[in-house]
Design a protein around this ligand. Structure first.
Ligand SMILES: [Zn+2]
Length: 288
């Protein structure tokens, strides 16, 4: 079963990448890079040690993030949930937290980066009970309104619509009493700031953590594959509305602050930094 937790530090913040499980996607190229020119994509895949001719499956971890600021315990995204299993290997978030002595009752904030199934299905357990009973659930206001209105039916592509909407309507309403909708990039608690990075979905959020001059950016699905860091315009087939400026803004911020990045779908634990070489973005995986 591979690694499940990875601990690291950002200033005074104790952080942990927590694996909720893995999911194997078939036909990865048309899903991840539908608009990429064939030859360029093949070359880029080889740079990332992928043989383009044999790339029939993409095994992606679902990596949630736990941060203890000293004052608050924060979770970013709740993973794929235990029920409706198309893959048996997911929904392990709470078990993996418990294995490190963290109970669901201790979580003060659950920040949901967006309303896709792999990020919100752990909102409730397999009996439909709220998974983090004391937590405030934080989500961007437009994201909440999108999934809870007929905009979702009207605006999503036919191919993905049904599954996405079914999950959102099952997993978002139970958190309504604990909801904290945000509209501005103001700190949620000291050192923890939401950044609107829409495009993947209407209210997709990146979360920035800063302590003692060190920065962490939880980029979620702004970059689904590490190649997207270098080629942000090769957006995925499930993107709601590609908005390139958002990616450049985050990449520039990451470079300026020498921030560590954590990607939800990147190879576990999903950490690395961005560098600019001759005007081109470069992904450097690593934990430091
Ligand atoms: Zn997504």
């Amino acid at each position: 079963m591979g690694e499940k937790n990875f601990s690291f530090q950002i200033g005074d913040f104790k952080c942990m990448a927590v694996c909720d499980g893995n999911y194997t996607y078939t036909k990865p190229a048309p899903l991840l890079f539908p608009t990429a020119p064939g030859e360029e994509l093949d070359q880029k895949l080889r740079e990332f040690d992928v043989d383009p001719d044999r790339w029939l499956e993409w095994k992606s971890p679902y990596t949630c993030l736990f941060v203890d600021t000293g004052e608050n315990k924060i979770l970013v995204d709740t993973g794929g949930g235990k029920e409706n299993q198309s893959s048996r290997d997911k929904g392990q978030l709470t078990d993996n937290l418990k294995a490190r002595g963290i109970s669901p009752e201790e979580i003060d904030f659950v920040i949901l980066t967006h309303g896709h199934p792999d990020h919100i299905c752990g909102n409730t357990d397999e009996n439909g009970k709220i998974a983090f009973p004391r937590a405030q659930y934080v989500i961007w206001k437009e994201e909440w309104e999108f999934w809870n209105s007929d905009r979702a039916e009207k605006e999503l592509p036919e191919t993905f619509k049904e599954g996405l909407i079914r999950c959102a309507r099952q997993k978002l309403p139970p958190i309504e009493k604990q909801l904290n909708l945000i509209e501005r990039e103001e700190e949620i608690v000291e050192g923890v700031r939401p950044i609107l990075a829409w495009g993947h979905t209407p209210g997709h959020m990146v979360v920035s953590f800063g302590s003692k001059g060190e920065q962490l950016l939880a980029v979620s699905d702004l970059f689904v594959h590490p190649i997207h860091v270098e080629k942000p315009k090769w957006y995925t087939a499930v993107n709601y509305n590609p908005e390139q400026n958002v990616a450049s803004r985050i990449l520039e911020k990451a470079e300026q602050e020498n921030a560590l990045l954590i990607g939800f779908h990147f190879p576990f634990p999903g950490l690395g930094r961005v560098k600019r070489e001759e005007g081109k973005w470069k992904w450097e995986p690593g934990e430091r």
